[in-house]
Design a protein around this ligand. Structure first.
Ligand code: ATP
Ligand code: MG
Length: 391
């Protein structure tokens, strides 16, 4: 065998889908010949496994026909393109993007928003999961009408529950109804990690995470466990809610989470009989806060009875009543969030390396001697600089 014979045999192998062969393309290199044993590398531009296999099969056949007794064809293909460019610690690597839904205050509609946005994402063709990370007050199972369904357990892994085109897991699906939970911070951290690691989530485009109210251990644990692609704050228009929402937005900043926007919920009331919109709690009052954090109000969701009944009856408004004003606005909000996530990924994604604990897991950085001996100039409420996120 000579190099000429090898090249001439390989020039009969067309690159799949083209009329040009792999030698003419310049893909063949590192030819080594030992008697009638031939080895070489083909460097291709496609990451599709079928392309690599076809080249391997045809090259082997062509060389055997030219007199080779053994053929070692090493096809080098590029890695599959990653649809998320985020980096850092990720204990659920099959999930491409994570959306943290937070609010400073309870009862403003986080769960309602998380669920309806998740359903709107699925309607856009995305593969979606919804994690109810409200460990003390899980409401999502009822809102999805699956509170009687217990998840399937496979070894020490749990399968998510499927409804309305999305995958879901909640503490409410894992425990008996009404069972009280009194957990400490370290246990919350463990629960969040288990929700991400031990639930058999599919290859998801996005996991929407409905957080408990406030800016505590659950938020920090999540940000340390996975690179959160974007944060969404839900608020109501009253000033008292806005004050708390500022804390939620500051938390995103401290945790290096890009802000996807603000949902102003219970923004006006649409009377079901007349369709007339009334201003109850105020409307558009979140705008100055959005400006302050260089973000936007991506939806004003009115108070609509069908939103509440949808939640109580397990028939989310975006699915059950897609022509309602709320459903339309949730759908627009989802499109806006997805556009933001695509832009974040195009710019290199996010990295949670900067919020990893500087102390052993479960120990608050603020309670360590190093933190308490921090310079006295630190004013009340200011971060201790450890990335603990608890300020
Ligand atoms: N736009 C709306 N119109 C009518 N009812 C609404 C609207 N948004 C939320 N609700 C209702 O308000 C209640 C509280 O909403 P939800 O449970 O989503 O709030 P939350 O912020 O998740 O509360 P928590 O802090 O307790 O988890 C629910 O009964 C829900 O159906
Ligand atoms: Mg909730």
């Amino acid at each position: 065998m000579t190099e000429e014979i090898v090249k001439s045999a390989l020039s009969k192998v067309m690159y799949p889908g083209f009329t040009k062969d792999i030698v003419t393309f310049g893909f063949v290199n590192s030819i080594a010949i030992d008697g009638t044993n031939v080895s070489f590398t083909v460097e291709i531009t496609s990451s599709a496994p079928e392309v690599a296999q076809q080249i391997k099969d045809e090259a082997t056949e062509a060389l055997k026909a030219a007199g080779a007794s053994s053929v070692n064809c090493n096809v080098k293909a590029p890695q599959m393109p990653k649809e998320s460019s985020s980096q850092g610690r990720n204990i659920a690597p099959q999930v491409k993007n994570f959306l943290m839904v937070s609010s400073g205050k309870g009862g403003v509609g986080k769960s309602t928003t998380s669920l309806n946005i998740a359903i709107a994402f699925a309607a856009q063709g995305l593969k979606v999961g919804l994690l109810d990370a409200d460990i003390y007050g899980p409401n999502i199972p009822r809102m999805m009408g699956v509170s009687d369904i217990k998840p399937e357990v496979n070894g020490n892994k749990v399968l998510p529950i499927k409804a309305y085109g999305i995958e879901m897991m909640s503490m409410g699906s894992l425990m008996e109804e009404g069972q009280a939970l009194i957990w400490r911070g370290a246990m919350i951290m463990k629960a969040i990690e288990q929700f991400l690691r031990d639930i058999v989530w599919s290859e998801l485009d996005i996991l929407v995470i409905d957080m408990p109210p406030g800016t505590g251990d659950a938020q920090l644990s999540l940000a340390q466990a996975v690179p959160v692609t974007a944060g969404l704050t839900v608020t109501t228009p009253q000033s008292v809610s806005l004050d708390d929402s500022r804390r939620s937005l500051s938390m995103f900043k401290k945790l290096n989470i890009p802000i996807a926007g603000i949902v102003e919920n219970m923004s006006g009331f649409i009377a079901p009989d007349t369709g007339v919109e009334y201003d109850i709690f105020g409307k558009g009052t979140s705008q100055p806060m959005a400006d302050e954090f260089s973000t936007q109000i991506i939806a004003e969701i009115p108070i609509e009875p069908s939103v509440r009944t949808g939640g109580d009856e397990g028939k989310p408004v975006t699915f059950a009543n897609p022509t309602s004003e709320s459903a339309k606005r949730f759908t627009e909000a989802a499109a806006s969030i997805w556009a933001t996530i695509e832009a974040i990924n195009a710019e290199g994604g996010v990295d949670n390396a900067g919020v990893q604990p500087t102390t052993p897991p479960g120990v608050s950085a603020c309670s360590t001697p190093a933190a308490s001996s921090a310079p006295a100039s630190k004013s009340e409420g200011e971060s201790c600089g450890t990335g603990c996120g608890c300020h």
